[in-house]
Design a protein around this ligand. Structure first.
Ligand code: KIV
Length: 255
């Protein structure tokens, strides 16, 4: 933990400086501290919180109150990393609610907010940015739309989707976003978008040509072992370590 905070401008400048953005999700104090101590520059209090911490089936159940609660926990770790937070499902349906809810997350300590969508949420993005709150876009597969889309589907497979993604990325950049998450976008289209805009793209399941990568931390460290997306290479089996430690301790009790 240090006093020198990483800012949205610094994350934006990673791209011109030729540095990749490494981003991970954090939902609580200990993980935020550990990720910060590991040198991760960008922490996202993602609404993946709903599945990997709160036990919901998808992100559409996450509320503003829950997001604020977990943002505050991450903020208490006082990380050097930039802290961004997701605006949850239906919290940004118009510019007024987008601004009000972005303000709530900022008041809880988030230094940037993220929302899902492109052209269709542009007036909301403009309202947030005009209010002085740094904004991260999210294009491609939009988890908050998983129910209407009937699953987590790869985006950018046809010319129509490709053009729409490119147009939305350029519009988000023009509206003032300082980075854009690309989720489950075909690597070719993700590379094309990355080349077409000056702000960093941060990919998840979108190939290696993005300007950075983000993962849901429990997927990376194996603490949500019941489901791991196919594109993730798990680096630790956290669940096995915990079970082993607990069983070792229980054996000292039971003899
Ligand atoms: O909620 C989240 O964790 C996210 C990442 C998947 C980018 O939005």
């Amino acid at each position: 933990m240090t006093e020198v905070k990483i800012t949205p401008d610094q994350i934006r400048a990673f791209k011109s400086g030729g540095r990749k953005v490494a981003a991970l999700t954090a939902y609580d104090y200990p993980m935020a501290r550990m990720l910060d101590e590991a040198g991760v520059p960008f922490l996202l209090v993602g609404d993946s919180l709903g599945m990997v911490v709160l036990g919901y089936p998808d992100t559409t159940h996450v509320t503003m109150d829950e997001m604020e609660h977990h943002v505050r926990a991450v903020v208490r770790a006082r990380p050097r990393a930039l802290i961004a937070a997701d605006l949850p499902y239906r919290s940004y349906e118009n510019p007024t609610s987008a601004r009000e809810n972005a303000r709530r997350l900022a008041a809880a300590g988030a230094e940037a907010v993220k929302a899902e969508g492109g052209l269709e949420i542009l007036s909301q993005v403009e309202a947030i940015v005009a209010d002085g709150i740094p904004f991260v876009g999210h294009l491609g597969m939009l988890p908050q739309h998983v129910l209407e889309e009937g699953g987590y589907k790869i985006k950018g497979r046809d010319a129509l989707q490709r053009a729409a993604l490119l147009e939305s990325a350029q519009a988000l950049e023009a509206a003032g976003a300082f980075a854009i998450v690309l989720e489950l976008v075909t690597p070719v289209v993700a590379a094309e978008i990355s080349a077409a805009i000056r702000i960093p793209t941060i990919g998840i399941g979108s190939g290696l040509q993005c300007d950075g990568q983000i993962l849901v931390t429990p997927d990376l460290v194996g603490t949500f072992p019941w489901f791991t997306p196919g594109f993730v290479r798990r680096r630790a089996d956290g669940a096995a370590l915990i079970r082993e430690a607990v069983q070792g301790w229980m054996s000292t009790i039971h003899g």
